[in-house]
Design a protein around this ligand. Structure first.
Ligand SMILES: [Ca+2]
Ligand SMILES: [Ca+2]
Ligand SMILES: [Ca+2]
Length: 385
């Protein structure tokens, strides 16, 4: 065998390893939270009343606390469970602070000491004596500048809410759930924190399956005199639901704009990384239109820095088509918005309607790091023999 052939054969083995690794990466990541499903403790376990701080001692795997007269109470109960038991969180007063979190030296999740992306999701519904207009989800880091939080309004039915965050390069992080002010309560279950740096869809509710009544983690916007709507449709590319974006009028003032995006819940990204973006779409209205995917970049301070992707697609009316785009994140970009708008073939926004489903944004390793990972994987296999 010539040297060239040997090199090629080795390269072929590595490429095969890369393909296998890539397939492996797109599998579910392990939940980094212990007792995220709240099944570890007995039915009826509850906090003591008054001020308390209980890292890992009342609700396994979590710190539950109430300070400054907040009147917090957390109870493990099947009544609060989506599957099995869940956690009921009540807060009586606006004063002080009360939450379920991991922000204690003995509780934080150990993570690699390098910038990575994490995805935190939880199932929630209004419950207990009050319900709540606000469920706060947060990610907490040693460098507070990296802390991130988003507010959601749970309804009567279970929905899955979530967020992404960039880690600060330190080796531990916390997540937090609370209900803010006075006279509020929520039922929580299936809290999940995964490393979403590679091979994990970072979109929260990208398949529109997180709710049977609405589109949590999305925003429909219509400003400047435009008119339209977004609704769940059961004409889905996969699962039970898709989003139906209808634009009935795109005329009005100079500030007009209309579409579907995640601007309130921008996705965490890493400068320099490569993203694979895909979505499925089907045209609904008869007129000759396009659907435009726009990925807008923002720096760590939240300032818009330019567009990463602005492309028009032309799916047919008979069946869903899936579109795939790769993009490299500029170094200064820390968050992105993902937006869909309806345009003419010439790119001018116009009336029209599209079904959208299976929106996915996945970080993919660069070929070099993929090769290193594959080589590391092979070395690991060798060592275990
Ligand atoms: Ca459970
Ligand atoms: Ca509510
Ligand atoms: Ca779906």
């Amino acid at each position: 065998m010539t040297d060239t052939m040997a090199v090629c054969r080795r390269a072929a083995v590595l490429i095969a390893a890369c393909v296998a690794l890539r397939a492996g990466l797109v599998q579910a990541q392990p939940n980094l939270l212990s007792n995220g499903d709240f099944e570890a403790d007995a039915e009826g376990v509850t906090t003591p009343g008054g001020d308390f701080g209980a890292p890992g001692t009342i609700v396994s795997g979590w710190r539950v606390f109430s300070v400054g007269g907040a009147g917090g109470q957390m109870t493990v109960t099947a009544a609060a469970g989506r599957t099995g038991k869940g956690l009921e969180v009540i807060r009586q007063n606006a004063s002080g602070d009360s939450a379920v979190d991991l922000d204690d030296p003995g509780m934080r999740v150990v993570i690699p000491a390098e910038p990575r992306v994490y995805k935190f999701t939880v199932d929630a519904r209004d419950g207990g004596p009050y319900g709540t207009p606000l469920l706060n989800l947060g990610a907490q880091f040693q460098n507070n500048a990296f802390n991130r939080g988003h507010g959601f309004d749970p309804g009567a039915e279970w929905q899955t809410f979530g967020m992404t965050a960039r880690s600060d390069g330190n080796s531990a992080m916390s997540v937090r759930m609370d209900v803010g002010g006075a006279g509020r309560s929520v039922h929580l279950d299936n809290a999940r924190l995964v490393d979403a740096t590679y091979g994990v869809n970072r979109m929260i509710n990208g398949g529109f399956e997180n709710s049977s009544t609405g589109l949590p983690n999305w925003r429909f916007f219509s400003v400047g005199g435009t008119a339209g709507s977004v609704a769940l449709s059961d004409d889905a590319a996969s699962g039970s639901n898709a989003a139906l974006l209808s634009v009935t009028a795109d005329a009005g003032g100079t500030d007009r704009d209309i579409g579907l995006d995640i601007d309130l819940f921008r996705m965490a990204v890493l400068g320099g990384e490569e993203l694979e973006v895909s979505f499925a779409s089907k045209k609904v209205a008869l007129n000759d239109t396009r659907i435009r995917l726009e990925i807008a970049g923002f720096n760590a301070a939240g300032t818009y820095t330019g567009s990463l992707v602005s492309l028009m697609f032309d799916p047919g009316m008979d069946a869903y088509e899936t579109f795939l785009v790769n993009t490299t994140v500029p170094d200064h970009v820390a968050f992105v918005n993902v937006a869909f708008r309806v345009t003419t073939p010439g790119g001018v926004r116009t009336s029209g309607a599209y079904l959208i489903d299976d929106v996915s944004v996945i970080g993919i390793p660069e070929p070099v790091s993929l090769l290193l990972l594959a080589a590391g994987g092979l070395a690991f296999v060798k060592r275990r023999r």
